[in-house]
Design a protein around this ligand. Structure first.
Ligand code: CA
Length: 227
């Protein structure tokens, strides 16, 4: 288990914030607490943000978007509403993961560990990859399609890199869950589908990421005509 992660806990419910902060500190993490969107925006740099989407002064999704624009700090979105569209909106806005209230501390720390493990591991020093119309530079986390830069969220990039790592081969949803989210919690395949859908939209050509029904996905790697 990781410890000593500096966490910004954005939560307006004092009871929840107190319980979560105590549990995280007991596990050796440093916790900075913010009760409003304004306080979250003014907070110093941290290793990870735990962000309640239901804040009194602004929509947490706006805060999520701003953090994402500012940099690559991992964000775990927290929502009291279990509605699908909130989860989807959170992930689209650039959150790395989400939790639905009420959640247990074991679940929370598992998510934190999974998100932080990935950060600790990167960067992978691998050269740029060119696959047909797509070029990927893993160090710069830069993607181009037909030499036009495409701005991807962290998860979208990781998904694409994972598919690209297999050339044009099929990658199962289970493998993507492990490679991209570093956890098998994604028995919830819908999360992958949401990210694949937004990745396709951003790449500008839906046929670049092919669905292999009942299995997973693969990249469309064009073969030069006539070899
Ligand atoms: Ca709240």
């Amino acid at each position: 288990m990781l410890s000593n992660v500096r966490i910004l806990l954005v939560e307006d419910d004092r009871r929840v914030a107190g319980a979560v902060a105590t549990a995280l500190r007991r596990r050796g993490h440093e916790v900075l607490a913010a009760g409003t969107a304004a306080e979250a925006r003014a907070a110093p740099d941290v290793d990870l943000v735990l962000l309640d989407l239901g804040l009194p002064d602004d929509d947490g999704l706006n805060v999520c978007r701003e953090f994402r624009r500012r940099g690559s700090v991992p964000i775990i979105a927290v929502t009291a509403r279990s509605e699908e569209r909130d989860r989807v909106a959170g992930l689209r806005t650039g959150a790395d993961d989400y939790l639905v209230k009420p959640f247990g501390i074991a679940e929370l720390t598992a998510r934190i560990d999974a998100v932080m493990r990935r950060v600790v591991r990167s960067p992978r020093h691998r050269g740029p990859l060119a696959l047909g119309r797509i070029a990927i530079d893993p160090d710069a986390r830069r993607v181009t399609v037909d030499e036009q830069e495409v701005n991807l969220t962290r998860k979208e990039f990781d998904l694409l890199a994972s598919l690209a790592g297999r050339g044009g081969g099929v990658v199962s949803k289970e493998e993507l869950g492990i490679e991209v989210w570093h956890t098998s919690w994604l028995g919830d395949a819908h999360t992958i589908e949401v990210h694949i859908a937004s990745l396709r939209t951003k790449l500008g050509d839906r046929s670049l990421v092919r669905t292999v029904h009942g299995v997973g996905y693969r990249l469309q790697v064009e073969e030069p005509a006539g070899g």
